[in-house]
Design a binder for this molecule. Structure first.
Ligand SMILES: [Fe+2]
Length: 327
């Protein structure tokens, strides 16, 4: 027995999608003998239900199926942030070169030719599971950092729920602006991670709010760079780093840490900034009352005219909120 054990210490789970039931059962038996937990689906719809309910660690997917083809299913899985990290092995005929090219374009991770040779299948499944194990570990590392972000938030009782709201607002505004799925993921993570550098800011400074002494300001102003340093080792957070570093820049160049101005400030950072300011205005803090939606819009419009925020983004944000309310 050569069972692969993942970090969760359970048997690896394989989903076999094939409309030929005999083939599917044979593949299941083979994989069972190698210690895997196997589910089978006769078409794309059944496969999607299984994936939703209990995501597998690897999928063996027949190209030709009635209804939605294996290639279409593969493309959908790879376009969906929830499922794109699940390795997909496409099963094709030996001579179907066009199928292979289409499968590569759809994002397939590997191929198996029919008839399937057990040793070849075991080798491919095993190597893809190894890869999955690494991506799972990376995901857990990201989860740890996001939890750390939340723990920073929890040090200040007045900012409860702030990270989550920012993640929602920022991804929503990004979607409204037509951004790519990867950028939306970065915005969501940015909601949780942008202030992670405050972990090194002492409580008495963090909770003081306004009226910081120059020395305290200096400590506070370091949090974007500290946060960037904390998250830099994780390659998967590459797109989040500019959000963390630049979320306190100002449109007119008066912000920190780099004094960037206008569109020099990365777009994702400007988006997070707009939703961050809005949420801060709308919530009560020890040193200020909560503003109404209308007053927040007035304040932010004035501040963007005064050079603090990207005026176009502020307009787009309130337009989006207005549309959301009307819907
Ligand atoms: Fe901040």
């Amino acid at each position: 027995m050569d069972a692969i054990s993942l970090p969760r210490r359970r048997s690896a789970r394989v989903l076999v999608v094939d409309d030929n039931r005999e083939n599917a059962i044979l593949t299941r038996e083979l994989l069972h003998t190698d210690g895997y937990e196997v589910q089978i689906a006769g078409d794309a719809a059944r496969a999607e239900a299984i994936i939703r309910e209990n995501p597998p660690d690897v999928i063996l997917l027949d190209v030709v199926m009635p209804g939605k083809s294996g290639i279409d299913l593969c493309r959908e899985l790879k376009n969906n942030p929830e499922t794109r990290l699940i390795p997909v092995v496409m099963i094709t005929g030996l001579t179907d070169r066009d199928d292979k090219i289409r499968a590569i374009e759809a994002g397939a991770d590997d191929f198996l030719n029919k008839p399937i040779f057990p040793e070849e299948m075991f080798a491919r499944v095993k190597s893809l599971l190894k890869l999955k194990e690494f991506t799972d570990e990376l995901e857990s590392a990201e989860d740890v950092l996001c939890t750390l972000g939340l723990s920073v938030e929890s040090r200040d009782p007045y900012t409860a729920g702030h990270c989550e709201r920012l993640a929602d607002y920022a991804a929503d505004l990004g979607e409204h602006l037509g951004l790519h799925a990867d950028e939306l993921i970065a915005l969501r993570r940015g909601g949780y991670l942008h202030d992670i550098g405050k972990i090194t800011v002492p409580d008495e400074v963090l909770k003081k709010g306004s009226n910081l002494t120059p020395a305290e300001w200096q400590v506070m102003r370091q949090h974007p760079v500290t946060g960037e340093n904390i998250c830099r080792p994780l390659k998967s957070l590459r797109e989040v780093l500019p959000i963390i570093r630049h979320h306190h820049e100002h449109w007119d160049g008066s912000g920190y840490p780099d004094g960037l101005r206008g569109e020099e400030i990365p777009l994702l950072a400007r988006i997070l900034q707009v939703v961050d300011v809005y949420d801060a205005l709308r919530t009560v803090r020890p040193y200020k009352r909560a503003l109404s939606h209308e007053d927040s819009e007035r304040v932010m419009t004035n501040e963007s005219e005064a050079g603090l925020w990207d005026p176009q983004l502020v307009r787009a944000f309130f337009k989006r909120l207005q549309r959301g309310k009307a819907a």
